[in-house]
Write a protein that binds this ligand. Structure first.
Ligand SMILES: Cc1cc2nc3c(=O)[nH]c(=O)nc-3n(C[C@H](O)[C@H](O)[C@H](O)COP(=O)(O)O)c2cc1C
Length: 206
C-alpha cells in the first residue's frame, strides 16, 4: 500500500479536515484595520498574509470567498494598516473575525481602542506593539489554472510608516520574540506561539 496520501483538491482531500492550511503553517496573521468611505472603522484577521518585498516594503493579504468589508474599504480609500497580534491580544483578534454589518465596527465589538496613524487616515490598534501604515498598490482577483475567476482577491500595499514599541528593540535590533506574535495553523482553531526553545540561526551560503 502506498505510504503517500495523494489527492486532487478538486475531487476532495479525503481526510477529516482539509490539510491545506495545516500544511502551509504556521502563517503570520495580518490584523488589518480599514475605514469605510462613510467613516466606519473595520478590523479583521487574515492569515493568508505575508511580506512580499523589501524595497519598498510591500505586504499582502487574501480576501477569500466574498468581497469582505476590509476589501471594500481598501478599494474605497486606498489605505489600510497592519497590526501585530501578540499573545495577549489573541482573544480580541478572534472577536474581530466575527462577520459584522458594514456599519458596525469590530473595534467597538472587541473593546479595542484606536490610535491615529501618521500618514494614512486609517487608525491603528492602540494595544498592538507594532503596526504598519499601508497604501494600496494592487488588488488581484484570483483565478484557477483554467483561467476561471475565483471569488477571492489578493490585496497588496506599500508600507509607508512603521510604528514599533521601543520595548521590542534591544541594542538597535528588533526582537521578534519580545513581540510574542501568534501564528495560525490549520484545523478548527490551531495556533502557534514562538519561543526561545524553537529558535535557531542558519546563515545563507556565501
Ligand atoms: C486567525 C484568522 C485568520 C483568518 N484569515 C482569513 C484570510 O486569510 N482570508 C479571509 O478571507 N478570511 C480570513 N479570516 C476570516 C475573516 O477574519 C472574517 O471573514 C472577517 O469577518 C472578515 O472581516 P471583514 O468582513 O470585516 O473584512 C480569518 C479569521 C481568523 C480568526
Amino acid at each position: 500500500m502506498s505510504q503517500t496520501h495523494f489527492y486532487q483538491p478538486k475531487e476532495g482531500h479525503g481526510l477529516a479536515h482539509d490539510p491545506f492550511n495545516a500544511i502551509i503553517a504556521p502563517r503570520p496573521i495580518g490584523w488589518i484595520s480599514t475605514k469605510s468611505k462613510a467613516g466606519v472603522l473595520n478590523l479583521a484577521p487574515y492569515s493568508f498574509f505575508n511580506a512580499l518585498n523589501y524595497t519598498p516594503p510591500i505586504i499582502g493579504f487574501s480576501v477569500v470567498g466574498s468581497k469582505k468589508d476590509s476589501l471594500v474599504n481598501v478599494q474605497e480609500t486606498g489605505e489600510f494598516c497592519w497590526n501585530l497580534v501578540s499573545q495577549d491580544l489573541v482573544t480580541a483578534m478572534n472577536t474581530t473575525s466575527k462577520p459584522l454589518a458594514p456599519e458596525e465596527s469590530e473595534f467597538d465589538h472587541a473593546g479595542l481602542q484606536t490610535i491615529d496613524s501618521e500618514i494614512v487616515r486609517v487608525p491603528r490598534v492602540k494595544a498592538s506593539k507594532v503596526s504598519m501604515e499601508c497604501k494600496l498598490t494592487d488588488v488581484v482577483q484570483l483565478k484557477s489554472a483554467t483561467g476561471d475567476t475565483v471569488g477571492s482577491w489578493f490585496v497588496m500595499g506599500e508600507v509607508v510608516g512603521v510604528h514599533i514599541d521601543k520595548s521590542l528593540i534591544e541594542d538597535g535590533v528588533y526582537k521578534t520574540l519580545k513581540g510574542a506574535p501568534i501564528s495560525r495553523g490549520g484545523g478548527r482553531g490551531d495556533y502557534f506561539k514562538v519561543s526561545q526553545d524553537n529558535f535557531f540561526e542558519l546563515l545563507r551560503p556565501e
